[in-house]
Write a protein that binds this ligand. Structure first.
Ligand code: ZN
Length: 324
């Protein structure tokens, strides 16, 4: 049972979101901002079928306002793998320089190959991402990059891009439409699921939440999950600061990573799905506190989460999804 509807959501102010319930692994959101005679698309999806469905549904809105700009909020495949379906001459694909460094054919191949692994990670990805098929992807990277902030003119409307990474990933960007008081956050926010800190440190993700809380926005579209508001942002921030503090305490008490992951009480966040992300989040804190510890790569991070997912069995909110 979906708690919110799949597909288009009118945000007001000629801004629109396309939501993939339940916002779990791979079930990313996209957005459309319409100006005078042109539109900006926020993100594409993990596979071609989901991206094509979104573009088809938005076609009535883009008929007289064609998409001239795509902004990829970050470098995870569920936010850019569908770029090839909108990459026509005259369309700018914009991302931060830090994100663009990772949006390569090799990076795309690495993620797509997770589905084919004959190990615990492969079992995990296939289990949580059964509704996605990242085959046929031609990595289509940004044509324009920036660092810091960038103001775009979308048919007479200001759209402000602000780099908040490194946080969830090295190059996260949020997309603000001031005249509509609308914000698209990418994976700085998961609503209904636990936050996930791939890059970090965790304090950077909390700082990104603080930045959002300081903006004059009312309607906030997370990277995954239903449309939210500042109360939703605060809740994500609460999780991050709680997990960071609990992890630091365990590190200082000499607990191993595994002991720390197993002993943090998440009952106050029991409504958040993807409980296994605690493994990556605690790992991130341990790496920050122990610079000598080799940094885990994405596969190692998935391995920690896959192991916890398997150990925990089917979660109450267990659902299909995708990657990252
Ligand atoms: Zn995502």
């Amino acid at each position: 049972m979906n708690s919110y509807s799949n597909g288009p959501h009118d945000l007001g102010g000629d801004c629109h979101a396309w939501l993939l319930p339940e916002g779990h692994w791979g079930e990313s959101n996209t957005g459309l901002i319409r100006g005078d005679g042109e539109s900006l698309l926020v993100d594409t999806h993990l596979d071609l079928a989901h991206t094509a469905q979104m573009l088809q549904a938005f076609s009535a809105l883009t008929e007289d306002c064609p998409i001239r700009t795509v902004v990829n909020t970050h470098s995870d495949g569920d936010h850019w793998f569908g770029n090839q379906l909108v990459a026509t001459p005259g369309v700018d694909i914009v991302a931060s320089a830090a994100a663009a460094e990772l949006m390569t054919p090799a990076g795309a191949m690495e993620l797509a190959n997770l589905w084919h692994r004959e190990d615990e990670v492969g079992d995990f990805v296939r289990a949580v991402a059964s509704s996605f098929d990242p085959s046929g992807i031609t990595a289509t990277p940004p044509t324009r990059t920036f660092s810091g902030s960038l103001d775009l003119d979308v048919g007479g409307r200001q759209v402000r891009l602000t780099e908040v990474g490194p946080a969830h990933t090295p190059g996260d960007v949020i997309v603000h439409v001031p005249d509509a008081r609308v914000l698209f956050t990418g994976d700085i926010l998961f609503i209904g699921a636990a936050p996930l800190v791939w890059e970090g440190p965790v304090s950077r993700c909390a700082a990104a939440c603080d930045l959002v809380l300081d903006l004059d926005v009312v309607t906030i579209v997370p990277g995954h999950g239903p449309v939210t508001d500042k109360a939703g942002v605060q809740r994500v921030r609460d999780y991050l600061t709680y997990v960071e503090a609990e992890s630091v305490a365990r590190f200082e008490d000499g607990l191993s990573l595994e002991e720390a992951i197993a002993s943090i009480d998440l009952s106050r966040f029991a409504d958040m799905a993807e409980h296994e992300r605690i493994a990556a989040n605690v790992l991130n804190v341990y790496e920050e506190l122990d610079p000598a510890r080799p940094r885990a790569d994405r596969l190692a991070q998935f391995t920690h989460m896959a192991h916890l997912h398997k150990a925990a069995g089917t979660r109450p909110h267990g659902s299909v999804g995708g990657a990252a």
